[in-house]
Design a protein around this ligand. Structure first.
Ligand code: SAM
Length: 229
């Protein structure tokens, strides 16, 4: 059976999965990530959870076509309901969803997170809300990554149990990403800056509050970009 190739985004997510992890991939519409990791020999087994029937079936079909049904179990379940203590899951990936939905999935399954040693989260937006949820719920960030693929920027947040406080700036931009100031990080925020400056130009002068909120966002990006020079 051919080896699965996955998007650069999922490859970068996969890089944070510890070798030998007992993995649950939540929202595993095609089960691409578990298939890739098992084929690479990085993990022995995995659970793939999916809440919607159609994607659940396509995940099952893919696992079966790759002859991995003994090693990857696909479960139709909402969020963290996809695993039980007996599954001994220690690593959870939740990728390709909004940051608010990821926070809700974590919140709804909070009691189950005690047994988890690593969360690997790839929000498509609202990264600040997700960082806030993590630090308010006994997690600390271990690492972060940012990448650009097909014109879109994606952040990856890796967390483990622990205490951490983050400033508002760190919640928005990411403590590790701020520190690293990678070229992709800079490009992402330069583009956002241009977008917001364009939006500001279209807000009528009389809408002072709206203009002021937008100006503050713009200033906070400029601060971060200038800090790197
Ligand atoms: N994780 C894959 C990735 O990163 O490429 C798939 C991302 S896809 C855009 C999001 C998937 O998450 C959809 O198939 C959706 O049905 C599923 N999903 C959304 N909410 C969920 C939940 N509460 N529990 C399980 N799956 C969920």
């Amino acid at each position: 059976m051919q080896k699965k190739t996955i998007s650069q985004r999922l490859e970068r997510v996969a890089a944070f999965v510890p070798d030998g992890a007992k993995l649950l991939d939540v929202g595993s519409d095609h089960a691409y990530l578990p298939i890739y990791l098992v084929q690479q020999g990085r993990i022995e087994k995995a659970l793939a959870g999916e809440v919607v029937e159609g994607p659940f079936q396509s995940a099952q079909k893919n696992v079966s076509e790759h002859r991995l049904t003994e090693l990857i179990e696909v479960r139709l379940a909402n969020g963290l309901a996809a695993f039980e203590v007996e599954d001994q899951i220690d690593t959870i990936v939740i990728a390709g969803m909004g940051g608010r939905l990821i926070s809700e999935i974590l919140e709804n399954g909070r009691a189950k997170l005690r047994a988890i040693s690593r969360l690997i989260l790839q929000p498509n937006n609202r990264e600040d809300e997700l960082r806030s949820w993590l630090v308010s719920n006994g997690f600390r960030l271990l690492a972060e990554d940012v990448l650009e693929e097909a014109g879109k920027f994606y952040e990856i947040l890796v967390a483990e149990a622990g205490q951490q406080t983050l400033t508002e700036q760190e919640k928005r931009f990411g403590p590790f990403l701020l520190e690293q100031q990678s070229p992709v990080f800079q490009l992402r925020w330069q583009k956002e800056l241009k977008k917001l400056e364009g939006a500001l130009a279209h807000i009528p002068e009389k809408n002072e509050l709206e203009r002021s909120a937008m100006s503050q966002k713009i200033e906070s990006i400029k601060e971060v970009l200038h800090a790197s020079k």
